[in-house]
Design a protein around this ligand. Structure first.
Ligand SMILES: [Zn+2]
Length: 593
């Protein structure tokens, strides 16, 4: 690993200046990394215009929320050589410069980066995670321009991890062929632990940041298996190299997909725990699967991106839901755990969807379209009014997979749809798919019209008929709570400052009907002061009346609440007693037994 050399930098800039066409370079320095700042100097050479607009994306592809990244920028200035040029803000994410025909423009700005997530930048004295859309300002109308990025690391930072290519083998100098790729290439700079493996003919790099009790050799072996399994579905792995940037926190999770890399959040001490390890592999499988599903095989609205506005699609249930289905089935196919682990995960997902009252309110297509204002901006009522297009999308993928395997007697599966759609749209047509085109792809392999399926499950609110599809593989789903007559208040609470405060009230529950509100402090029930909600309803049954004393916004209030039967479900998936040859064929294909 070589540190950035100032002489190389100067020579490089001279070469760029004399190249003729517009040349863009960025130099990143971290004089106040400890205070979470990066200083950016953007240099545009080869200009020939009177004025120029500079912009910053308002969102990061893959994370469907307008995040207004320009709010983290301060002290922006523009100059031509030693002469300052006026720079004026004309929109929340746009700056206007009177370039007055100068050939070389330099823009300097500072970015504050202190939001820990896989989709936002974070800098401190130990490392910098640069999520490119919130770091790099770009010249309007020049999204196709290439750029060079010079990184001058802070103090003892030694290592750069990103999928951007190096220039002259210098890890601290990277280049990007255009802005779509730059915005899709996060950069990690610090002292991360880097290891590599090769799989499916591709060089993989794993950058572990923040330490952890991971077993490097085990990870290399299992991550390579993920790569091989997923590549087998699509028939090719389009990258030459791919980078996993893993941020290990005390408690972490989540991931964000990119074209040739991904960023994962993980819990640093969960690797030694089998369940924790399985869920890490499942996260890695999810984000890696995206390099095909959404980064290349994509809904038509998701690329080329509009970086100024929301990009609406009704197909996130395919982009995210199908990926969520594959994240677990891929780990299943690796045979690290018995099939019961997979069936258990599936049953938990079904329970979590059915326990969300929003399943009767919001369709999959609507959940996708409104991701920008609902899924990414949840509130106390979200459980009552929305669903996760991840969870329901994955369960729809399950039904479709079982349908295709069943209809073709084990010859085809959802894998064939994914491979066909990837070839047809990413490779041949070189564009995204429409709603109708993805449906046609599914119908081609299911061998039947799916109008009714879409009407019920994608645009409609019909409950998914799990047993119809699970029995194709000789399984059934049952609710462990079906026979119980437990009462419920239908609220969830948090303890805040020693007080028990209501966090959610479930639609149609006793709490909902009798007027318990979110933010109410529960003081006493039937005259007994509450110190915990554990065992609260132990000796109660549905129909019992409670006197609930609450504190609402500083005022005491008494509510009479009639308990109702707990309507929550807890599913398990079991094998049917009698299984015929066709069911066995479906089961073997589905679970790769
Ligand atoms: Zn995803």
């Amino acid at each position: 690993m070589k540190k950035f050399n100032i002489l190389v930098f100067l020579l490089l800039n001279i070469m760029i200046t004399t190249a003729g066409a517009t040349q863009i370079s960025y130099t990143l320095t971290f004089p106040e990394a400890q205070a979470h700042y990066v200083d950016v100097e953007m240099r545009i050479a080869g200009l020939n215009q009177k004025e120029l607009n500079l912009k910053m994306p308002v969102w990061t592809p893959g994370s469907y929320l307008v995040r207004e990244f320009a709010r983290n920028i301060e002290t922006i200035s523009a100059a031509a050589g030693s002469k300052d040029l006026p720079i004026q803000k004309t929109r929340k994410n746009t700056w206007h410069v009177n370039t007055t025909g100068v050939p070389v423009l330099t823009v300097k700005y500072r970015v504050y980066a202190f939001e820990i997530s896989v989709r936002t930048s974070f800098i401190d004295a130990s490392h910098a995670f640069l999520s490119s859309p919130d770091i790099f300002i770009y010249p309007d109308g020049m999204l196709n321009q290439s750029s060079t990025i010079h990184i001058l690391p802070y103090k003892d930072w030694t290592t750069v991890s990103t999928s951007l290519e190096t220039v002259n083998n210098d890890a601290f100098t990277r280049q990007s062929p255009n802005y779509d790729i730059l915005f899709d290439s996060p950069i990690e700079v610090g002292t991360q632990d880097v290891f590599g493996f090769e799989a499916a003919g591709v060089k993989y790099e794993v950058a572990m940041c923040g330490g952890g009790n991971y077993d490097k050799e085990r990870l290399k072996k299992d991550m390579a298996k993920i790569v091989e399994e997923e590549t087998a579905i699509y028939g090719e792995n389009p990258n030459k190299h791919y980078t996993f940037i893993v941020h290990n926190y005390l408690k972490g999770g989540g991931g964000l997909e990119h074209l040739s890399s991904t960023v994962l959040g993980a819990s640093r001490y969960k690797y030694a725990d089998e369940k924790g390890y399985e869920s890490f592999l499942s996260l890695a499988a999810h984000e890696h699967f995206h390099l095909w599903n959404v980064k290349r095989l994509r809904p038509i609205a998701l690329g080329p991106f509009d970086y100024d506005n929301e990009n609406y699609t009704t197909n996130l249930w395919i982009a995210e839901g199908f990926t969520a289905y594959y994240q677990d089935i891929i780990v299943r196919r690796m045979h690290l755990y018995p099939p019961e682990n997979y069936l258990g995960i599936l049953a938990d997902n079904i329970s979590s969807l059915d326990n969300q009252p929003g399943v009767k309110i919001q369709s999959l297509a609507d959940a996708s379209y409104d991701a920008w204002i609902k899924s990414y901006r949840p509130n106390e009522n979200s459980t009552n009014t929305t669903i996760s297009y991840y969870t329901k999308g994955a369960l729809v993928a399950l039904l479709l997979d079982l349908e295709i395997i069943h209809d073709t007697n084990g010859a085809k599966s959802l894998d064939d749809v994914m491979r066909y759609m990837y070839n047809e749209y990413y490779k041949v047509k070189k564009r995204g798919y429409t709603d109708a085109e993805f449906k046609q792809g599914l119908e081609k392999f299911a061998g039947k019209n799916l109008d009714e399926f879409y009407k019920n499950y994608i645009t409609g609110l019909t409950p998914l008929d799990y047993n119809k599809y699970l029995q194709y593989a000789g399984y059934k789903i049952t609710d462990e709570y079906a026979g119980s007559n437990n009462p419920a208040l239908g609220i969830s609470t948090v303890v805040s400052g020693g007080k028990i405060v209501v966090a959610t009230v479930v639609r149609g529950s006793a709490g909902w009907i009798d007027g318990i509100n979110v933010n109410d402090e529960l003081v006493s029930i039937n005259g007994v002061k509450l110190t915990t909600t554990d065992g609260l309803l132990n000796d109660k049954k549905p129909g019992d009346k409670l006197t609930v004393n609450i504190n609402r916004d500083g005022l005491p209030l008494t509510l009479q609440v009639t308990l109702l039967k707990n309507t929550r479900v807890k599913y398990k998936i079991e094998a049917l007693g009698d299984v015929n040859a066709q069911q066995l064929t479906v089961r073997k294909k589905w679970l790769k037994l």
